[in-house]
Design a protein around this ligand. Structure first.
Ligand code: DX5
Ligand code: ZN
Length: 246
């Protein structure tokens, strides 16, 4: 498996001092920052957009290479994911992770003809993200079958293949929900076929649930409330890492 990557979700940080929260979590041993972007449409909650990412970027040193420490892992829980790729690249996003469900759903919101310019195939979108110099991730919600991913992972065109798959272990929208172990067979199925793929799990990860996720083969671990709610976040980060590495 690829190395353990611990990605605290800043959804549970104190937004009033976000820059400091971001640099603190990196000094406490985090690898990436998991940045949850919600539009109140794809999910029933809102967070923030590219301007906030721009402002926190100077607080965290840019990663030396792909997947390095300080990677901004932007989890785009938004409709029309293609529309925001350029803005997030400019803001300092390193890994743009969109939802499969959002990419395939058509929306008539942005053209007079009713044909959306933003509807896009996942493969095209991955290629576009790569063209802008970012890593590409594809996320699926609990109700989406892992089977939708095989074709995308097997694309004959390398630039159309994702660098990471995100298996949601809660319904996206809120921090602090209970971990859904029912989603782990998706992780095992992916890991069996792709020993080197970055597989991220997100939602309800903590010292209590990490072993199951690690055993299934996840290597990128998102944790929001477990890290930012802890008395000793460094200890939680170290424990999560140890569980994945063991
Ligand atoms: C949920 C978000 C998660 C969330 C996880 O929609 O995608 O990243 O912050 O929070 P916890 O770790 O508290 O479940
Ligand atoms: Zn997330």
């Amino acid at each position: 498996s690829p190395p353990a990557i611990i990605a605290p979700s800043i959804l549970s940080a104190d937004f009033a001092i976000l820059g400091k929260e971001c640099s603190d979590t990196i000094s406490q041993g985090a690898d990436w920052l998991h940045i949850d972007i919600m539009d109140g449409h794809f999910v029933p909650n809102m967070t923030f957009g590219a301007p906030v990412v721009t402002k926190i970027r100077p607080h965290v040193e840019r990663p030396a290479g792909a997947y390095g420490r300080g990677t901004f892992d932007c989890h785009m829980m938004i409709a029309e994911p293609k529309r925001w790729v350029r803005d997030f690249q400019k803001a300092g996003c390193d890994l743009y992770c969109f939802h499969y469900e959002a990419a395939i759903s058509s929306t008539a919101a942005d053209t007079p003809s009713g044909v959306s310019s933003s509807q896009t195939s996942p493969r095209e979108l991955i290629k576009f993200i790569h063209e802008l110099g970012m890593q590409a991730g594809i996320a699926i919600k609990p109700k989406t079958s892992v089977d939708v991913l095989w074709d995308i992972l097997e694309s004959p065109v390398e630039a159309e293949r994702p660098d990471m798959v995100l298996i949601m272990t809660v319904e996206p929208g809120f921090g602090g929900q209970s971990f859904m172990a029912s989603e782990l067979p998706k992780v095992s199925a992916l890991r069996a076929k792709y020993p080197e793929l970055h597989i991220e799990v997100d939602g309800g990860l903590s010292g209590k649930t990490i072993d199951q996720a690690a055993d299934a083969g996840a290597n990128v671990i998102v944790a929001g409330s477990a890290v930012f709610g802890a008395k000793d976040p460094a200890e939680v980060i170290a424990k999560l890492r140890e569980a994945v590495e063991k």
